[in-house]
Design a protein around this ligand. Structure first.
Ligand SMILES: NC(=O)c1ccc[n+]([C@@H]2O[C@H](COP(=O)([O-])OP(=O)(O)OC[C@H]3O[C@@H](n4cnc5c(N)ncnc54)[C@H](OP(=O)(O)O)[C@@H]3O)[C@@H](O)[C@H]2O)c1
Length: 291
């Protein structure tokens, strides 16, 4: 890869922040992180100028419209950011000889209570899911040197980040007398730093293609929240409820849990179990959260 940098779009987001930190500080790669303010990926000329200027070896494309329920009523904008702009990034990377790491979604599979692997056939049910799936199909034809990453339910990053699900549950546990959490929706809670590590490893393989990158195991939202509250040693009871008790705009699938076959095929190890990754994140956060 020489000294050409890794360029990260959406670098102010939860995953983008981790990728910039991990690739730069831990793995000592040259990294350029461009937040939404520095690079709006829907502007073709700006995308072209950034990639021409920085000449990255690879672009990790994290920028996306990620509020799944809001996407249902902002259809044009969702496809403009998640699909059209991803195509612009793919075309610019191909023009300038850069690899592409596209961050897709775990919420694109049909209704079945199980983890999905890369050979399972997607059947998105939400606008967000459709926008990500469309992007997957388009970008690999624009840039054949593409890794498509589908991460699990992400946690980690800075406390102040609005998408920090674990920190939000910490705050909730102090605010309410009982936390109600959904027992019939499933996913693979996944530490952003573990995704960043896997991206670092994948970039060494040149095995382009599709990868499910999630901490091992499947949890209901209820099990996940209970593990957060118990792991922090808090006493707030967590009680199960049904997804019907929390109606959503988006018809999210029953399971967004992932498992991988392709990591093994590329010679990489699976990610550690989600409970271990969550435990490490909670331990790291205790001092900052004054627990
Ligand atoms: N969170 C999850 O559980 C999860 C699971 C699977 C996949 N993913 C995917 O992982 C990636 C990172 O997600 P995340 O959880 O880190 O979400 P996030 O914190 O919302 O990060 C997304 C970032 O993209 C930026 N962005 C939005 N529109 C943009 C534009 N037009 N140009 C440039 N930047 C733009 C956002 O900036 P503003 O905030 O200023 O709009 C935000 O900083 C996304 O592609 C997401 O779809 C997330």
């Amino acid at each position: 890869m020489g000294s050409r940098p890794i360029l990260v779009t959406g670098a102010g987001g939860m995953l983008g922040t981790s990728i910039v930190h991990m690739l730069g500080d831990k793995y000592h790669r040259p990294v350029i992180g461009l937040s939404h303010r520095s690079l709006d990926v829907t502007h073709a000329a700006a995308v072209e100028a950034a990639i021409r200027h920085y000449r990255p070896a690879a672009v990790v494309h994290c920028a996306a419209k990620t509020a799944v329920d809001a996407c249902e009523t902002a259809v044009d904008e969702t496809f403009r950011v998640n699909t059209w702009a991803s195509r612009l990034v793919a075309q610019a990377t191909a023009r300038h000889g850069a690899e592409l790491v596209f961050i897709s979604s775990c919420g694109i599979f049909p209704n079945a209570v199980r983890p999905f692997h890369e050979d399972d056939v997607p059947a998105p049910r939400t606008i967000y899911g459709h926008s990500k799936r469309q992007a997957e199909l388009i970008i690999a034809t624009e840039n054949p040197r593409t890794y498509i990453i589908r991460p699990g339910w992400l946690f980690g990053g800075q406390s102040g980040h609005s998408k920090n699900f674990v920190y939000q549950r910490f705050l909730e546990a102090q605010r309410v007398s009982v936390i109600r959490s959904v027992i019939d929706r499933f996913g693979s809670p996944t530490f952003v730093d573990d995704v960043s590590r896997a991206i670092h490893q994948l970039l060494e393989t040149r095995q382009y293609g599709l990868y499910h990158v999630a901490n091992e195991g499947m949890a209901s939202r209820f099990e996940y929240v209970r593990s957060i509250v118990n792991g922090l040693g808090l006493q707030t009871p967590v009680v199960p409820c049904s997804a019907e008790d929390f109606p959503r705009h988006a018809s999210v699938p029953v399971s967004e849990a992932l498992t991988s076959r392709n990591l093994d095929r590329a010679g990489l190890f699976p990610l550690r179990p989600w409970q271990d990754a969550l435990g490490e994140y909670l331990n790291q956060s205790r001092a900052e959260w004054r627990i």
